[in-house]
Design a protein around this ligand. Structure first.
Ligand code: AVJ
Length: 320
């Protein structure tokens, strides 16, 4: 049983890519938002990242879910899982199975910007869980929260430290908006990567095999293909730095030489100086007190805090 709502078309996506690139290349310093990493190649590279020895977050979160998914399901009291940035993998299954095992009708609402990916993942999950009501929603969760289906007792999950891509200001707006769409008593399950030794953090975003570097440069290929640009990825070097004040990892692309890039679809040119750095992603790292107060500010109460044995990553449950 799969139903799909579409709040986002290819055309909407193409428009927002144009806007992001036009604004980002005109800004000083230049910047590109991380959401455009994930075409087919980029998603494949990200999958590869999750298996790298240096990239601990995926393994740590999976370990928490393996150990605690029954406890999470019980604590939430939910019968419906809404997953923002829907996964297809084991993490989703662990959560769903825990909800499912508590009995009663269960619903799954995967939300993702990529329609094809979503439909496939939703169909697979539905096939493996007879009776599960699967309601897939093609949407951008930073824009379409009010359009998500209500009903049942929902747990909204945002895993993988996806929230880390937002600045504190974006996070405050997002959490406030999300709270506004939730009923009292419903819950938010958030995956949050934690502050730790900067050397480990930098290694996780600058791996020895150079997979993250390829992932970072992939955004240039996406812009070349979608907007007829002539970025040469080889002219950009991958940079990952820890910002100790803002407690986030910043990924950048540094121009190896001075050169000009043309973006045909925008009829635009951008000049890069030698060594100029363009920001492509922030990945915020969290502390319990900080995230608790951000949640409280947005109208949530932090109720549970699970970590992996090493204390690298947290899954937290907050109630609306
Ligand atoms: C998917 C946003 C959680 O920030 O760790 C991995 C993306 N970037 N390596 C992260 C990413 C570089 C990842 N998130």
């Amino acid at each position: 049983m799969v139903r799909t709502d579409r709040h986002l078309t290819e055309d909407d996506l193409s428009k927002s890519l144009r806007r992001d690139v036009a604004e980002g290349l005109a800004a000083a310093p230049k910047t590109l938002p991380p959401k455009w990493f994930y075409d087919e190649r980029g998603s494949g590279l990200f999958e590869e990242i999750t298996r790298l020895p240096e990239y601990y977050p995926t393994r740590a979160e999976r370990a928490i879910l393996r150990a605690c998914s029954a406890g999470i399901a019980r604590a939430s009291g939910a019968d419906t899982l809404v997953e923002l940035g829907a996964g297809s993998g084991e993490k989703t299954r662990l959560l769903l199975e825990a909800l499912y095992e508590r009995g009663g009708p269960a619903g799954y609402v995967p939300v993702d910007v990529s329609g094809d990916f979503l439909e496939e993942a939703a169909a697979r999950i539905a096939a493996d869980h007879p009776g599960l009501r699967v309601h897939a929603v093609v949407a951008d969760f930073e824009r379409h929260l009010p359009l998500l289906p209500t009903g049942g007792r929902r747990m909204v999950a945002m895993l993988g430290s996806t929230i880390g891509n937002q600045t504190p200001e974006q996070r405050a707006a997002f959490l406030g908006d999300l709270r506004g769409t939730m009923e009292e008593g419903e819950t938010l399950l958030l995956g949050a990567d934690l502050v730790k030794d900067p050397a480990r953090l930098v290694a996780a975003y600058d791996d020895a095999q150079g997979v993250t570097a390829e992932f970072n440069r992939n955004v240039l290929r996406v812009i070349d293909r979608e907007l007829g640009a002539d970025f040469d990825p080889a002219l950009f070097e991958h940079v990952a730095v820890w910002d100790p004040d803002r407690e986030w990892i910043e990924m950048r692309l540094r121009a190896r030489t001075a050169h000009r890039v043309r973006v045909e679809a925008l009829d635009m040119e951008a000049d890069f100086a030698e060594g100029e750095e363009m920001r492509t992603e922030i990945s915020s790292k969290f502390r319990k007190e900080g995230i608790a107060s951000e949640l409280a500010q947005a109208g949530f109460t932090l109720e549970h805090w699970w970590t992996d044995p090493e204390g690298d990553f947290s899954l937290l449950l907050a109630r609306a």
